[in-house]
Ligand binder design. Sequence first.
Ligand code: ADP
Length: 287
Amino acid sequence: MFDVVVVGSLNLDLVVSAERIPSPGETVTGTGYHEYPGGKGLNQAVAAARAGARVAMVGAVGDDGAGETLLAVLTDDGIDASDVVTVEGVPTGRASITVDAEAENSIVVVPGTNGHVSPAVALPNARVLLLQLEIPLPSVASVARRAADDGVLVVLNPAPAVALPDDLLAACSVVVPNEHEVELIGGVDAVLATGVGTVIVTRGAEGVSVHSRDARVDQPAFPVDPVDTTGAGDAFCGALGARLAAGDDVTDAVAFAAAAGALATTRHGAVPSLPRRSDIDAVLGPR
Ligand code: ADP
């Protein structure tokens, strides 16, 4: 039995820096190149593991070097990767990111094997199922329904946001959009009307609002000096899943997750910025 199972995406991010982003047909000389593990699924699995949960990741990689790199990232953080399948002949998901001197970027995402996660994918036993929308929607809906039928708490981070079928929402106990995504999925009231128990809206430096049928409770952000907000939402969702699996009520789990999100903004990158339990506890102070 795991605390958290994540069914979702794994990507290798290829980041090129250049003075400026080339126009169509143009070639410019770059100033740097780095590869980083990414994908919301992988990021949230790592965030949950660092927050103290026993985590399994379910997804797909290609039979290539990128796939091997991402599997190693999971196992380095103690995440069970036995249900990450290898798809022959399809590349591992990648994001090609060009960043200019002003830190503006342009991004091409190739879903690759993330588009091959099937509705019949394995679903290890866990207390919490954590989902995002970087794998096919029918697969997200299928695992959500199967987990809900087994009494698993289903937490959905609807990113990137699309209109969601009611039967997917009906299987979710908790939905965690950011302030932009919440509008794209129809707004808080419409989501609550489908039977979702709690909608948690993350609002960056403005903190978090927690909505249920009869109440709204606000969690202020923890004051930090942000250097890079990449990964804050993933840190939040992973930490939230870990604490809900540990039996925290929503209020306590949200406070812990907000501390994790704040810490993630104080370091560069996504995976390198995901905080560990001891750092999160230090921000929270005695409880
Ligand atoms: P996303 O990356 O999905 O847009 P947010 O930016 O809303 O997600 O970040 C998730 C959570 O992380 C926020 O609700 C907040 O608790 C925390 N957080 C994000 N940015 C900051 C910040 N600048 N200062 C403090 N906390 C932050």
